[in-house]
Design a protein around this ligand. Structure first.
Ligand SMILES: Cc1ncc(COP(=O)(O)O)c(C=O)c1O
Length: 393
């Protein structure tokens, strides 16, 4: 679906130039800058022979349209992938590639600090289908060799970790996994392909909740899954078999969001770093979990592999429990209390680590995850100070 992309977007040009021009060629549609939003189930064939041979570019709405192709080709240009599927949510971008590649009797290794619904899918549906699921330490690196079995099919990574922001040694893990014949998947939502390109580091399948920074406005759910050459065909065929295509209006909104993602991300990065480093000196904060801070235990690894940081990180309060965590959250006036991230507005959520088997801490107090939006930093700092005062009162 995204194989014959617009070359204009895939060269050596700067990232914002590529974001502005990747995906569609305006001259394919009378020069209109943006592609059409194609609402489609039926595609007509010129004759019975074309129908029998399926010998035309588009055959049915579930298998791709000019709108989904525009987004998929833009993502391919960013990821360096052979093909991209566009699915209805970030969670679907996790479940569909897993369903595409694991079978009954296979062993699946998942990082313990994974996004909770990924774990839930593995622990329920995949286990029911006969997949053996095992969780590993985010710091395992090449040590994953000790966990690999003859039936290990997929090593699932997510870096930095959901909520606790450990950085994984992706190249080391990929090397070991490939030696054993396993596939490496990565949920790369935090960094976006602007700040980390998984396929360049040995990952076979890169996953994004495009709901976050690509969409950018907290009003769309979408996911993308990008594969290297050797895994693209199986991914695409499974996608078609499952029928999990995304709606055209949502796909269009994400393509629209992509055009400004570079400038938005720069702002998120700058504000989040300013607030994270300021928080390190604040009373009531034991630790700030942000891999771009030199104090972060995985900072060197982050610096080696990533070329930027986005807008979410966590803080550890200096002691206390749920009472202090709730007092902090309830005192906030600008930060909303709500799930997801990557939108223009700041959000805060309590972190729960009760599902973890390895990466559980210890932490000095309760954790709170902050998504730093596009508001003014001084206003956000004042809001956080209110939260800290309430937590320490
Ligand atoms: C790391 C990560 N992956 C995937 C998802 C799922 O995205 P969606 O909300 O679009 O299902 C999320 C959502 O919070 C996430 O944080």
């Amino acid at each position: 679906m995204a194989k014959d992309g617009n070359e204009k977007g895939s060269g050596k040009m700067g990232i914002n130039t590529r974001l502005a021009h990747s995906g569609n060629n305006p001259h394919d549609y009378f020069g209109f800058v943006n592609p059409p939003v194609v609402h489609a189930s039926t595609v007509l064939y010129r004759n019975a022979a074309a129908m029998a041979g399926r010998s035309q570019k588009y055959t049915y709405g579930t298998r791709g349209t000019p709108t989904t192709d525009a987004l998929a080709q833009a993502i391919d240009a960013l990821e360096g992938s052979a093909g991209t599927i566009v699915v209805p949510s970030g969670l679907a971008a996790v479940t569909i590639p897993l369903l595409a590649f694991v079978s009954a009797g296979d062993h699946l290794l998942i990082v313990d600090s994974v996004y909770h619904p990924t774990r839930n899918f593995a622990d329920t549906i995949l286990k029911r289908l006969g997949v053996e699921v095992e969780y590993y330490d985010p710091h395992i690196g090449a040590g994953i060799a000790a966990l690999i079995k003859p039936n290990t099919k997929v090593v699932f990574t997510e870096s930095p970790a959901s909520n606790t922001f450990e950085v994984q040694d992706i190249p080391a893990i990929a090397k070991v996994a490939h030696t054993a014949g396993a596939i490496v998947m990565m949920d790369n939502t935090w960094a976006t392909p602007l700040y980390f390109r998984p396929l360049d580091h040995g990952v076979d399948i890169s996953i994004h909740a495009a709901t976050k920074y690509p969409a950018g406005h907290s009003d769309v759910l979408l996911g993308t899954v990008s594969a290297n050459e050797s895994h693209w065909e199986q991914l695409y065929e499974s996608f078609c078999t499952l029928g999990c295509c995304a709606g055209p209006d949502d796909v269009y909104q994400v393509l629209r969001g992509l055009r400004t993602m570079g400038v938005r991300l720069e702002h998120h990065q700058r504000s989040a770093l300013a607030i994270a480093s300021w928080l390190e000196g604040q009373k009531g904060v034991a630790r700030v979990l942000h891999p771009a801070l030199p104090s972060h235990p995985d900072h060197d690894l982050w610096k080696r592999d990533f070329c930027g940081s986005s807008g979410i990180f966590s803080i550890v309060l200096a002691g206390g429990g749920q009472k202090e965590q709730h007092a902090f959250l309830d005192a906030l006036r600008i930060f909303g209390l709500g799930y997801s991230w990557g939108g223009y507005e700041s959000l805060a959520v309590p972190v729960w680590l009760g599902d973890r088997v390895v990466a559980k801490g210890p932490y000095e107090g309760p954790l709170i995850r902050l998504q730093i939006g596009l508001e003014d930093v001084d206003d956000l700092k004042a809001d956080i100070l209110g939260g800290l005062a309430a937590a320490t009162a």
